[in-house]
Ligand binder design. Sequence first.
Ligand code: ARG
Length: 405
Amino acid sequence: MAEKVVLAYSGGLDTSVAIRWIGENYHMDVITLTVDVGGERDMPAVRQKALKVGAVKALAVDAKELFVKYFVFPALQADAIYEGQYPLATALGRPLIAKLLVDTAADEGASAVAHGCTGKGNDQVRFDVSVAALAPNLKIIAPAREWGMSREEEIAYAQRYGIPVPVTVASPYSIDENLWGRSIECGVLEDPWAEPPEEVFAWTKSPKDAPDEPSYVEIGFERGIPVSIDGRELEGVALIQELNELAGRHGVGRIDHVENRLVGIKSREVYEAPAATVLLKAHKALEAMTLSKDQLRFKEKVATEYADLIYNGLWFTALHQDLAAYVQSSQRHVMGTVRMKLLKGNASVVGRKSPKSLYSFGLATYDKGDIFDQSASVGFIHIWGLPAKTQAQVQGLEELEKEVK
Ligand code: ARG
Protein backbone atom coordinates (compact mmCIF):
# COMPACT_ATOMS: atom_id res chain seq x y z
CA MET A 1 0.00 0.00 0.00
CA ALA A 2 1.21 3.48 -0.87
CA GLU A 3 2.22 5.85 1.90
CA LYS A 4 -0.17 8.69 2.58
CA VAL A 5 0.34 12.43 2.65
CA VAL A 6 -2.07 15.10 3.87
CA LEU A 7 -2.00 18.17 1.62
CA ALA A 8 -3.28 21.59 2.70
CA TYR A 9 -5.59 22.25 -0.23
CA SER A 10 -7.01 25.62 -1.21
CA GLY A 11 -8.63 24.58 -4.46
CA GLY A 12 -6.37 26.93 -6.43
CA LEU A 13 -4.03 26.01 -9.26
CA ASP A 14 -0.85 25.37 -7.23
CA THR A 15 -2.35 22.91 -4.80
CA SER A 16 -4.40 21.22 -7.53
CA VAL A 17 -1.28 20.66 -9.59
CA ALA A 18 0.41 19.49 -6.39
CA ILE A 19 -2.06 16.59 -6.01
CA ARG A 20 -1.04 15.19 -9.37
CA TRP A 21 2.64 16.08 -8.95
CA ILE A 22 2.99 14.35 -5.58
CA GLY A 23 1.39 11.20 -6.98
CA GLU A 24 3.81 11.24 -9.87
CA ASN A 25 6.99 12.11 -7.98
CA TYR A 26 6.48 10.58 -4.54
CA HIS A 27 4.06 7.77 -5.43
CA MET A 28 1.99 8.59 -2.38
CA ASP A 29 -1.77 8.71 -1.86
CA VAL A 30 -2.85 12.30 -1.42
CA ILE A 31 -5.51 13.20 1.14
CA THR A 32 -6.51 16.85 0.87
CA LEU A 33 -7.47 19.00 3.82
CA THR A 34 -9.23 22.29 3.17
CA VAL A 35 -9.38 24.54 6.19
CA ASP A 36 -12.00 27.25 6.40
CA VAL A 37 -10.54 30.16 8.35
CA GLY A 38 -12.97 32.61 6.85
CA GLY A 39 -11.93 32.98 3.22
CA GLU A 40 -14.67 32.95 0.60
CA ARG A 41 -14.85 29.38 -0.66
CA ASP A 42 -17.38 26.89 -1.98
CA MET A 43 -16.38 23.91 0.17
CA PRO A 44 -18.31 21.14 -1.61
CA ALA A 45 -16.91 22.34 -4.95
CA VAL A 46 -13.37 22.44 -3.57
CA ARG A 47 -13.67 18.85 -2.27
CA GLN A 48 -15.11 17.68 -5.58
CA LYS A 49 -12.24 19.25 -7.43
CA ALA A 50 -9.64 17.56 -5.21
CA LEU A 51 -11.16 14.15 -5.90
CA LYS A 52 -11.45 14.83 -9.59
CA VAL A 53 -7.79 15.83 -9.81
CA GLY A 54 -6.75 12.62 -8.05
CA ALA A 55 -6.95 12.88 -4.28
CA VAL A 56 -7.93 9.60 -2.59
CA LYS A 57 -9.89 11.49 0.03
CA ALA A 58 -10.92 15.14 0.42
CA LEU A 59 -11.55 16.54 3.89
CA ALA A 60 -12.82 19.95 4.92
CA VAL A 61 -12.95 21.58 8.33
CA ASP A 62 -14.57 24.75 9.52
CA ALA A 63 -11.89 26.19 11.78
CA LYS A 64 -13.23 29.73 12.09
CA GLU A 65 -14.03 29.47 15.78
CA LEU A 66 -10.69 27.88 16.62
CA PHE A 67 -8.97 30.55 14.58
CA VAL A 68 -10.64 33.41 16.40
CA LYS A 69 -10.39 31.97 19.89
CA TYR A 70 -6.83 30.66 19.88
CA PHE A 71 -5.08 32.83 17.30
CA VAL A 72 -6.86 36.09 16.44
CA PHE A 73 -8.03 37.21 19.87
CA PRO A 74 -4.76 36.42 21.65
CA ALA A 75 -2.96 38.44 18.96
CA LEU A 76 -5.45 41.28 19.46
CA GLN A 77 -4.90 41.19 23.21
CA ALA A 78 -1.18 41.43 22.51
CA ASP A 79 -1.70 44.36 20.06
CA ALA A 80 0.37 42.37 17.58
CA ILE A 81 1.03 44.37 14.40
CA TYR A 82 4.07 43.59 12.25
CA GLU A 83 6.33 46.56 11.52
CA GLY A 84 3.61 48.91 12.68
CA GLN A 85 1.37 48.04 9.73
CA TYR A 86 0.35 44.43 9.13
CA PRO A 87 -2.23 42.84 11.48
CA LEU A 88 -0.81 39.38 10.59
CA ALA A 89 -3.89 37.68 9.13
CA THR A 90 -2.03 35.20 6.92
CA ALA A 91 0.70 34.69 9.50
CA LEU A 92 -1.88 33.73 12.15
CA GLY A 93 -3.69 31.29 9.89
CA ARG A 94 -0.64 29.16 9.10
CA PRO A 95 0.09 27.62 12.50
CA LEU A 96 -3.57 26.62 12.83
CA ILE A 97 -3.57 24.96 9.41
CA ALA A 98 -0.28 23.24 10.33
CA LYS A 99 -1.84 21.91 13.54
CA LEU A 100 -4.85 20.57 11.65
CA LEU A 101 -2.56 18.94 9.06
CA VAL A 102 -0.63 17.21 11.82
CA ASP A 103 -3.81 16.01 13.57
CA THR A 104 -5.24 14.74 10.30
CA ALA A 105 -2.00 12.95 9.47
CA ALA A 106 -2.25 11.12 12.80
CA ASP A 107 -5.92 10.21 12.22
CA GLU A 108 -5.24 8.97 8.70
CA GLY A 109 -1.95 7.20 9.39
CA ALA A 110 -0.09 9.47 6.98
CA SER A 111 3.69 9.72 7.03
CA ALA A 112 3.90 13.19 5.49
CA VAL A 113 2.17 16.52 5.14
CA ALA A 114 2.34 18.91 2.20
CA HIS A 115 1.62 22.53 1.40
CA GLY A 116 1.60 24.74 -1.67
CA CYS A 117 4.10 27.41 -0.55
CA THR A 118 7.00 28.51 -2.70
CA GLY A 119 10.56 28.75 -1.44
CA LYS A 120 10.60 32.55 -1.33
CA GLY A 121 7.98 33.42 1.24
CA ASN A 122 7.25 33.39 4.93
CA ASP A 123 4.47 30.84 4.75
CA GLN A 124 6.76 27.87 4.02
CA VAL A 125 8.65 28.77 7.20
CA ARG A 126 5.48 28.97 9.27
CA PHE A 127 4.23 25.58 8.03
CA ASP A 128 7.55 23.78 8.26
CA VAL A 129 8.55 25.11 11.69
CA SER A 130 5.08 24.43 13.13
CA VAL A 131 5.02 20.87 11.79
CA ALA A 132 8.56 20.25 13.03
CA ALA A 133 7.60 21.42 16.51
CA LEU A 134 4.32 19.48 16.66
CA ALA A 135 5.32 16.24 14.90
CA PRO A 136 9.05 16.02 14.23
CA ASN A 137 8.75 12.65 12.53
CA LEU A 138 6.43 13.78 9.77
CA LYS A 139 7.99 14.39 6.37
CA ILE A 140 7.16 17.71 4.73
CA ILE A 141 6.62 17.99 0.99
CA ALA A 142 6.44 21.41 -0.65
CA PRO A 143 5.84 20.78 -4.36
CA ALA A 144 5.91 24.44 -5.43
CA ARG A 145 9.32 24.78 -3.77
CA GLU A 146 10.57 21.61 -5.44
CA TRP A 147 9.13 21.37 -8.92
CA GLY A 148 10.96 24.30 -10.51
CA MET A 149 8.16 25.01 -13.00
CA SER A 150 7.48 28.54 -14.25
CA ARG A 151 3.89 29.78 -14.18
CA GLU A 152 3.52 28.93 -17.89
CA GLU A 153 4.96 25.44 -17.41
CA GLU A 154 2.63 24.88 -14.49
CA ILE A 155 -0.41 25.86 -16.57
CA ALA A 156 0.78 23.60 -19.38
CA TYR A 157 1.20 20.76 -16.85
CA ALA A 158 -2.32 21.37 -15.56
CA GLN A 159 -3.75 21.33 -19.07
CA ARG A 160 -1.87 18.16 -19.95
CA TYR A 161 -3.52 16.30 -17.05
CA GLY A 162 -6.97 17.85 -17.31
CA ILE A 163 -6.57 19.88 -14.14
CA PRO A 164 -9.02 22.78 -14.37
CA VAL A 165 -7.20 26.11 -14.65
CA PRO A 166 -9.44 28.64 -12.89
CA VAL A 167 -10.12 31.96 -14.59
CA THR A 168 -8.56 33.67 -11.58
CA VAL A 169 -5.23 32.41 -12.91
CA ALA A 170 -5.59 35.17 -15.48
CA SER A 171 -5.41 37.57 -12.52
CA PRO A 172 -1.82 38.53 -11.80
CA TYR A 173 -2.38 38.74 -8.04
CA SER A 174 -1.59 36.25 -5.31
CA ILE A 175 -4.26 36.45 -2.65
CA ASP A 176 -4.72 34.90 0.76
CA GLU A 177 -7.70 35.65 2.94
CA ASN A 178 -9.15 34.78 6.30
CA LEU A 179 -11.37 36.46 8.90
CA TRP A 180 -8.58 38.76 10.11
CA GLY A 181 -7.72 40.12 6.68
CA ARG A 182 -6.95 39.77 3.03
CA SER A 183 -3.36 39.78 1.68
CA ILE A 184 -2.66 40.74 -1.93
CA GLU A 185 0.68 40.72 -3.73
CA CYS A 186 2.27 40.36 -7.21
CA GLY A 187 1.28 41.97 -10.50
CA VAL A 188 1.63 45.73 -10.62
CA LEU A 189 2.02 45.79 -6.82
CA GLU A 190 5.61 44.60 -7.32
CA ASP A 191 6.38 48.18 -8.34
CA PRO A 192 6.42 49.96 -4.98
CA TRP A 193 5.90 53.30 -6.74
CA ALA A 194 2.64 52.17 -8.38
CA GLU A 195 -0.54 53.03 -6.52
CA PRO A 196 -2.60 49.90 -5.82
CA PRO A 197 -5.30 49.76 -8.49
CA GLU A 198 -8.90 49.66 -7.28
CA GLU A 199 -9.29 46.09 -8.62
CA VAL A 200 -7.08 44.59 -5.89
CA PHE A 201 -9.60 45.50 -3.21
CA ALA A 202 -12.55 43.24 -2.48
CA TRP A 203 -13.58 43.97 1.12
CA THR A 204 -13.26 47.74 1.25
CA LYS A 205 -14.98 50.52 -0.64
CA SER A 206 -12.75 53.22 -2.01
CA PRO A 207 -12.82 55.97 0.63
CA LYS A 208 -13.95 58.42 -2.03
CA ASP A 209 -17.06 56.32 -2.72
CA ALA A 210 -17.73 55.59 0.96
CA PRO A 211 -20.73 57.25 2.65
CA ASP A 212 -20.37 60.94 3.56
CA GLU A 213 -22.13 60.25 6.85
CA PRO A 214 -20.11 58.47 9.52
CA SER A 215 -21.17 55.28 11.29
CA TYR A 216 -20.59 55.10 15.02
CA VAL A 217 -19.96 51.73 16.58
CA GLU A 218 -19.57 50.84 20.25
CA ILE A 219 -17.39 47.85 20.96
CA GLY A 220 -17.61 46.16 24.34
CA PHE A 221 -14.55 44.32 25.72
CA GLU A 222 -14.03 41.79 28.53
CA ARG A 223 -10.42 40.94 29.42
CA GLY A 224 -9.26 42.55 26.20
CA ILE A 225 -11.61 40.45 24.06
CA PRO A 226 -14.40 42.10 22.06
CA VAL A 227 -17.76 40.69 23.15
CA SER A 228 -20.40 43.10 21.87
CA ILE A 229 -21.30 45.62 19.20
CA ASP A 230 -23.63 48.43 20.25
CA GLY A 231 -24.61 46.46 23.34
CA ARG A 232 -25.48 43.28 21.39
CA GLU A 233 -23.46 40.32 22.62
CA LEU A 234 -21.81 38.43 19.77
CA GLU A 235 -19.58 35.41 19.32
CA GLY A 236 -16.12 36.22 18.00
CA VAL A 237 -16.62 34.99 14.43
CA ALA A 238 -19.89 36.89 13.97
CA LEU A 239 -18.47 40.00 15.57
CA ILE A 240 -15.48 40.06 13.23
CA GLN A 241 -17.64 39.34 10.19
CA GLU A 242 -19.98 42.19 11.08
CA LEU A 243 -17.12 44.64 11.57
CA ASN A 244 -15.43 43.59 8.33
CA GLU A 245 -18.65 44.40 6.55
CA LEU A 246 -19.40 47.69 8.31
CA ALA A 247 -15.89 49.12 8.35
CA GLY A 248 -15.25 47.83 4.81
CA ARG A 249 -18.24 49.85 3.62
CA HIS A 250 -16.54 52.95 5.02
CA GLY A 251 -13.27 52.15 3.26
CA VAL A 252 -11.50 51.38 6.53
CA GLY A 253 -8.54 48.99 6.67
CA ARG A 254 -6.51 49.44 3.49
CA ILE A 255 -2.82 48.97 4.20
CA ASP A 256 0.09 49.39 1.78
CA HIS A 257 3.23 47.88 3.27
CA VAL A 258 6.79 47.34 2.07
CA GLU A 259 7.70 44.65 4.55
CA ASN A 260 10.75 42.63 5.53
CA ARG A 261 10.24 38.96 4.92
CA LEU A 262 12.02 36.48 7.13
CA VAL A 263 13.91 35.12 4.11
CA GLY A 264 15.66 38.45 3.58
CA ILE A 265 13.51 39.92 0.82
CA LYS A 266 11.67 43.22 0.99
CA SER A 267 8.23 42.79 -0.52
CA ARG A 268 5.30 45.06 -1.20
CA GLU A 269 2.00 43.71 0.02
CA VAL A 270 -1.41 45.31 0.18
CA TYR A 271 -3.77 44.30 2.94
CA GLU A 272 -7.44 44.80 3.62
CA ALA A 273 -8.24 44.39 7.28
CA PRO A 274 -11.33 46.39 8.24
CA ALA A 275 -12.29 44.55 11.44
CA ALA A 276 -8.68 44.17 12.56
CA THR A 277 -8.03 47.88 12.06
CA VAL A 278 -11.07 48.87 14.12
CA LEU A 279 -10.51 46.31 16.87
CA LEU A 280 -6.78 46.94 17.28
CA LYS A 281 -7.41 50.69 17.65
CA ALA A 282 -10.32 50.22 20.03
CA HIS A 283 -8.39 47.72 22.14
CA LYS A 284 -5.42 50.05 22.46
CA ALA A 285 -7.72 52.89 23.47
CA LEU A 286 -9.19 50.78 26.25
CA GLU A 287 -5.74 49.75 27.44
CA ALA A 288 -4.79 53.42 27.58
CA MET A 289 -7.60 53.85 30.13
CA THR A 290 -7.05 50.73 32.19
CA LEU A 291 -3.30 50.04 32.24
CA SER A 292 -0.68 52.10 34.06
CA LYS A 293 1.95 54.08 32.19
CA ASP A 294 4.59 51.46 33.02
CA GLN A 295 2.38 48.56 31.97
CA LEU A 296 1.71 50.30 28.66
CA ARG A 297 5.39 50.92 28.01
CA PHE A 298 6.37 47.36 28.77
CA LYS A 299 3.46 45.94 26.82
CA GLU A 300 4.58 47.81 23.72
CA LYS A 301 7.85 45.89 23.79
CA VAL A 302 5.99 42.64 24.26
CA ALA A 303 3.73 43.55 21.33
CA THR A 304 6.73 43.98 19.04
CA GLU A 305 8.23 40.65 20.14
CA TYR A 306 4.88 38.95 19.83
CA ALA A 307 4.27 40.28 16.33
CA ASP A 308 7.75 39.26 15.16
CA LEU A 309 7.30 35.80 16.59
CA ILE A 310 4.00 35.33 14.76
CA TYR A 311 5.43 36.70 11.53
CA ASN A 312 8.54 34.55 11.80
CA GLY A 313 6.67 31.26 12.22
CA LEU A 314 7.45 30.68 15.90
CA TRP A 315 3.91 30.23 17.20
CA PHE A 316 4.59 26.79 18.69
CA THR A 317 7.47 27.80 20.94
CA ALA A 318 8.13 28.24 24.63
CA LEU A 319 8.83 31.95 24.18
CA HIS A 320 5.34 32.34 22.76
CA GLN A 321 3.84 30.56 25.76
CA ASP A 322 5.73 32.88 28.08
CA LEU A 323 4.70 36.04 26.28
CA ALA A 324 1.11 34.82 26.01
CA ALA A 325 1.01 34.32 29.79
CA TYR A 326 2.16 37.89 30.30
CA VAL A 327 -0.41 39.19 27.83
CA GLN A 328 -3.22 37.26 29.52
CA SER A 329 -2.24 38.65 32.88
CA SER A 330 -2.11 42.17 31.50
CA GLN A 331 -5.70 41.94 30.25
CA ARG A 332 -7.43 41.24 33.55
CA HIS A 333 -8.84 44.77 33.90
CA VAL A 334 -9.12 45.62 30.21
CA MET A 335 -12.90 45.86 30.12
CA GLY A 336 -15.32 48.52 29.02
CA THR A 337 -16.62 50.13 25.87
CA VAL A 338 -14.95 52.06 23.08
CA ARG A 339 -16.86 54.27 20.68
CA MET A 340 -15.45 54.33 17.14
CA LYS A 341 -16.31 56.64 14.29
CA LEU A 342 -15.98 55.23 10.77
CA LEU A 343 -15.72 57.78 8.01
CA LYS A 344 -14.14 57.87 4.56
CA GLY A 345 -11.36 55.34 5.17
CA ASN A 346 -10.72 56.33 8.78
CA ALA A 347 -11.58 54.63 12.03
CA SER A 348 -11.12 56.99 14.95
CA VAL A 349 -11.62 56.49 18.64
CA VAL A 350 -14.09 59.12 19.84
CA GLY A 351 -15.04 57.79 23.27
CA ARG A 352 -14.11 55.23 25.87
CA LYS A 353 -15.42 54.16 29.28
CA SER A 354 -14.53 51.43 31.74
CA PRO A 355 -15.53 50.30 35.23
CA LYS A 356 -11.76 49.83 35.79
CA SER A 357 -10.74 53.16 34.32
CA LEU A 358 -7.67 54.82 35.81
CA TYR A 359 -8.72 58.16 34.37
CA SER A 360 -9.77 60.42 37.24
CA PHE A 361 -11.83 63.48 36.38
CA GLY A 362 -10.96 65.06 39.73
CA LEU A 363 -7.24 64.76 39.02
CA ALA A 364 -7.46 65.86 35.39
CA THR A 365 -9.87 68.78 35.49
CA TYR A 366 -8.89 72.45 35.48
CA ASP A 367 -12.43 73.32 36.48
CA LYS A 368 -14.45 73.05 39.66
CA GLY A 369 -13.87 69.74 41.41
CA ASP A 370 -10.08 69.78 41.04
CA ILE A 371 -8.59 67.56 43.76
CA PHE A 372 -4.96 67.71 42.60
CA ASP A 373 -2.66 69.42 45.13
CA GLN A 374 -0.58 71.72 42.93
CA SER A 375 1.69 72.74 45.80
CA ALA A 376 2.94 69.15 46.02
CA SER A 377 4.47 69.51 42.54
CA VAL A 378 7.20 71.78 43.90
CA GLY A 379 8.82 69.11 46.07
CA PHE A 380 8.35 66.48 43.39
CA ILE A 381 10.10 68.61 40.76
CA HIS A 382 12.91 69.44 43.17
CA ILE A 383 13.82 65.78 43.52
CA TRP A 384 13.02 64.81 39.92
CA GLY A 385 15.36 67.51 38.62
CA LEU A 386 18.14 66.85 41.11
CA PRO A 387 20.30 64.63 38.87
CA ALA A 388 19.99 67.05 35.94
CA LYS A 389 20.91 70.01 38.14
CA THR A 390 23.84 68.22 39.80
CA GLN A 391 25.35 67.00 36.57
CA ALA A 392 25.01 70.36 34.85
CA GLN A 393 26.77 72.05 37.75
CA VAL A 394 29.69 69.62 37.85
CA GLN A 395 30.20 68.86 34.17
CA GLY A 396 28.64 71.84 32.47
CA LEU A 397 26.72 71.75 29.22
CA GLU A 398 29.20 73.50 26.90
CA GLU A 399 28.46 71.33 23.88
CA LEU A 400 24.75 71.86 24.19
CA GLU A 401 25.11 75.59 24.81
CA LYS A 402 27.27 75.95 21.71
CA GLU A 403 24.60 74.29 19.59
CA VAL A 404 21.90 76.56 20.88
CA LYS A 405 23.99 79.71 20.18
N1 ARG B 1 3.21 38.93 3.41
C1 ARG B 1 2.22 38.30 4.22
C2 ARG B 1 2.85 37.40 5.23
O1 ARG B 1 3.97 36.99 5.07
C3 ARG B 1 1.18 37.57 3.42
C4 ARG B 1 1.67 36.36 2.65
C5 ARG B 1 0.65 35.71 1.74
N2 ARG B 1 0.23 36.64 0.76
C6 ARG B 1 -0.34 36.38 -0.41
N3 ARG B 1 -0.69 37.41 -1.11
N4 ARG B 1 -0.53 35.19 -0.83
O2 ARG B 1 2.22 37.06 6.20
